[in-house]
Each structure stands twice: as structure tokens, then as C-alpha cells.
Ligand binder design. Structure first.
Ligand code: HEM
Length: 412
């Protein structure tokens, strides 16, 4: 084994041991990092320790809605170090928008925005409905039991994003396979073996997209790659920026939406009275989307780095101080939401969440994800009225992305 590999393995092992030790000693942030099946009690422990809590791991943590919202909209915080360097960690999104501060971030985001215009997103509704009904036909044809995640939830966002980005049909299977292997990138700290698997998958993706880009150059269509290639020719975008963007978008848009669908169905099955409300009034599916995003969001936490000394909530943050913004905790801040642990699709301020972030990194795919989930809930509720859970769920085991690996259901 190379010495650098040995070093990385030792570093990761050391970090995992430290997190486990601190969690056992009661540090609520370390508890979160161990990715418990239910992280919500740990978020409440963080809240009890104040608006900004400093973990012995060195990170400041907030579950306070007002503080989180303020930080996300402030120019004094970024996603890189103050000098523009990447924050050292085991994984990063390198040149994807999410890993860049202005001015590079501003330039890339502007170029991508036309693809995510809410009006464009709306055009996909008919296609999404067709996909959902075809998936449900397949489920009904196979028998009584199925796994929501693999038989339904994964397929919808993968198909929509494939169209949106411009991945040809014959490359979709390979693309889907490689995406699954890159997913640990979204899960934060991972094991050494997973990190190596991710590296190999990224190499595979790079090769796949280089081929797709060449095809789209020869045969442009109505998709993001075709739309962005002229910008490369004009020198406004480099291939080194286009490729990570192509890779990151499907990842950001798939794993998150898959879990929004899963988490919402789980909540509805646990609240049958609200399932019945949507069955009678399908337009209430919008409330299921919003309340699931608040109550059990697919992206639980993200972070910011102070670019200058900041005084916040009585705490002094130094330059390059790291702040974990626990959106899932802010979404249950009792100062903003009454009875925050209750799932209620009619909650008046259900949209006041931080589940898509806020400020300059506000999720570009928010409208797309929302209508995909809305269409999915409506299709499931209308076509499978007796849907019920048919076994224990298996969780993903990530402290960032919250969702299920397995969700067994029965249609009768
Ligand atoms: C339920 C589904 C989704 C959730 C919960 C979600 C959540 C988020 C969050 C929290 C961020 C910002 C993180 C931060 O501020 O550090 C983000 C950024 C982003 N998301 Fe999403 N997302 C979802 C779906 C999508 C979809 C469908 C797409 C694209 C097809 C997408 C594309 C992006 C992009 C490009 C960014 C980076 C924006 C920037 O840095 O300016 N997301 N998303």
C-alpha cells in the first residue's frame, strides 16, 4: 500500500474513533455525525446548548432558524477558506457550484440558471406524470409487495435529470450505476474503501460525459449540455467546469428528490388522516411536499466558513471558523414553528424552512424537486389507495442526506 494511502486510511480511522468517543461523552454534534437512525433528539440537545454551540470537534453548530438564515445570507461567510483554498476534508465538490465562492460561483450559477427556470421545470410535469404511472403499472404487474425506493422513488428523478442534462438513452444505465457509486460524496465523512470507490466512479463519469458532450456537440438538443457548449466555445466556461457541473447536478438532483419522495410517503403512512385528506383533495399534495421538507428534510445539514472575524449570538468566530448549519434543526425551531415535531400538511408557515438553503447557494432545482414529489404523491395516493408498510425500513446511515435504503410496502 502507498504511504499516502496508509496515511489517509489512518486519518479517517482516527476521525471516526474520535467522533465515537466524543458522542459517548455526550457531545450532541458528535452524536449527529454518527448518523443515528433518529438524529432529532441530538438536534434538540444542540438547541439546549444555545444558538451557537461549539463542539469539541472544533465546529460551531446552530439549530437556530434566525442565526442560520442570517449566516446563509451574509457576505462574511463562504464555502471555501478566506484565501479561496478548499477546506481540507476527505471529500469535496471541487469545481461544482456548491464548492465555489463568488465570483466563480456567480458566473457558473448565471450560466446554469436558464435550465432551472421554474417555467422550464413546469414543462416536465406531463413527462413526470407519465413516468409515475408507468412505474405503478409495473409495480401492480409484479405482485403485492415492492420496495418504494428501488421500484419507484429512484426512477423518477433519474429520468427527469437525464432528460434535463442531456444523457442519451443508451448511457442511462451506466450513468445510474456510476451515480450510485458517487453518492457517498454527499454523505460527508466516509470510509477509506468508499472514498476509493468514489474516485473510480468519478473517473468513469468523466469518461462518460466526455463522450456525451462530443455527441451533443454533433447533435444539439433541448438540454443543458447543448445549451452550455456554445459558452465553452465563446471562452466563458471551461471544459474543466462543464464536466463537474454535469456530474454534480444529477447527484444533487437525484439523491435528494428520491428521499423527499420516500420521507413524505413514510410520514403520510404514519398519519393516515392526512393521506385521506390528499386522496379527497389532490391539490393538498403541495402541503405534503412542503411539510416533509420541513419535518424530515432530505438534506439535514450544510456548512459555512467565516471569511473574517464575526461576532454572532455572543460568540466570536475567527477567520476560517467552520459553522454547521443544521437545517433540519432550524426547521423545528419552536420560535418559528408551533409544535414543531408534529407533521401537519396544512401548517400555515410550512414554507419558511431552510431545506433548500438560502442566499446565493439557494437550491437551483427546488421547483423541479417540488413538482416531481407532488406528482409522485398524487400518483401513489390515487393508484394505490390501500398502500401500507410491509416491513421495517432500512436507513441510509448518513448524517447529511436523510432517507431510506429500503422501504418495503404492500399494495393491498
Ligand atoms: C428535495 C430535493 C432537494 C433538496 C432538499 C436540495 C437541497 C439543496 C441544498 C440544501 C442546497 C444548498 C446547500 C448549501 O447552501 O450549502 C442545494 C444546492 C443546490 N441544488 Fe439542490 N436540493 C434538491 C434538489 C435538487 C435538484 C432536483 C437539483 C437539480 C436538478 C438541485 C441542484 C442544486 C444545485 C445546482 C445546487 C447548488 C446551488 C449553488 O451552489 O448555487 N437540487 N440543494
Amino acid at each position: 500500500m502507498e504511504s499516502s494511502e496508509r496515511q489517509l486510511r489512518a486519518q479517517m480511522g482516527f476521525f471516526h474513533d474520535l467522533v465515537r468517543k466524543l458522542a459517548a461523552q455526550g457531545d450532541p454534534y458528535a452524536k449527529v455525525l454518527t448518523a443515528p437512525d433518529n438524529p432529532y433528539p441530538a438536534y434538540e440537545e444542540i438547541r439546549e446548548r444555545g444558538a451557537l454551540y461549539r463542539s469539541p470537534l472544533g465546529t460551531w453548530v446552530t439549530t437556530d432558524h434566525e442565526i442560520a438564515n442570517q449566516v446563509l445570507r451574509e457576505k462574511r461567510f463562504g464555502v471555501r477558506k478566506a484565501n479561496g483554498e478548499k477546506v481540507p476534508e476527505f471529500m469535496n465538490f471541487d469545481n461544482s457550484m456548491l464548492g465555489l465562492d463568488p465570483p466563480d460561483h456567480t458566473r457558473l450559477r448565471r450560466m446554469t440558471m436558464p435550465t432551472f427556470n421554474p417555467r422550464v421545470a413546469d414543462r416536465w410535469r406531463g413527462r413526470a406524470e407519465k413516468i409515475c404511472h408507468r412505474l405503478i403499472d409495473d409495480i401492480l404487474a409484479t405482485g403485492d409487495r415492492f420496495d418504494l425506493m428501488t421500484a419507484f422513488a429512484h426512477h423518477l428523478p433519474t429520468a427527469v435529470i437525464g432528460d434535463l442534462v442531456g444523457i442519451p438513452d443508451e448511457d442511462r444505465d451506466r450513468f445510474h450505476l456510476l451515480s450510485r457509486e458517487i453518492v457517498p460524496l454527499l454523505d460527508g465523512v466516509v470510509t477509506y474503501e468508499k472514498a476509493r470507490g468514489v474516485d473510480a466512479a468519478i473517473a468513469g463519469m468523466t469518461e462518460l460525459f466526455a463522450r456525451v458532450v462530443a455527441r451533443r456537440r454533433a447533435d444539439p438538443r433541448e438540454d443543458m449540455i447543448s445549451r452550455m457548449l456554445p459558452l465553452v466555445d465563446e471562452g466563458r466556461l471551461t471544459m474543466g467546469e462543464l464536466l463537474p457541473l454535469c456530474m454534480f447536478l444529477p447527484l444533487a438532483g437525484t439523491e435528494t428528490t428520491v428521499n423527499l419522495i420516500g420521507n413524505g410517503v413514510l410520514a403520510l403512512l404514519r398519519h393516515p388522516e392526512q393521506w385521506r385528506m390528499v386522496a379527497e383533495r389532490p391539490e393538498l399534495a403541495e402541503g405534503v411536499v412542503a411539510e416533509t421538507l420541513r419535518h424530515d428534510p432530505p438534506v439535514q445539514t450544510y456548512r459555512r466558513i467565516a471569511h473574517e472575524p464575526v461576532e454572532l449570538a455572543g460568540v466570536s468566530l475567527p477567520v476560517d471558523g467552520e459553522l454547521a448549519i443544521v437545517a433540519a434543526g432550524a426547521n423545528r425551531d419552536p420560535k418559528v414553528f408551533t409544535e414543531p415535531a408534529r407533521f401537519d400538511i396544512t401548517r400555515a408557515n410550512r414554507n419558511d424552512t431552510l431545506s433548500f438553503s438560502a442566499g446565493i447557494h439557494y437550491c437551483l432545482g427546488a421547483s423541479l424537486a417540488k413538482f416531481e414529489a407532488e406528482v409522485a404523491y398524487q400518483a401513489l395516493i390515487s393508484r394505490l389507495p390501500r398502500l401500507r408498510q410491509a416491513g421495517p425500513v432500512r436507513r441510509r446511515g448518513s448524517f447529511i442526506i436523510r432517507g431510506m435504503r429500503e422501504f418495503p410496502l404492500s399494495v393491498s
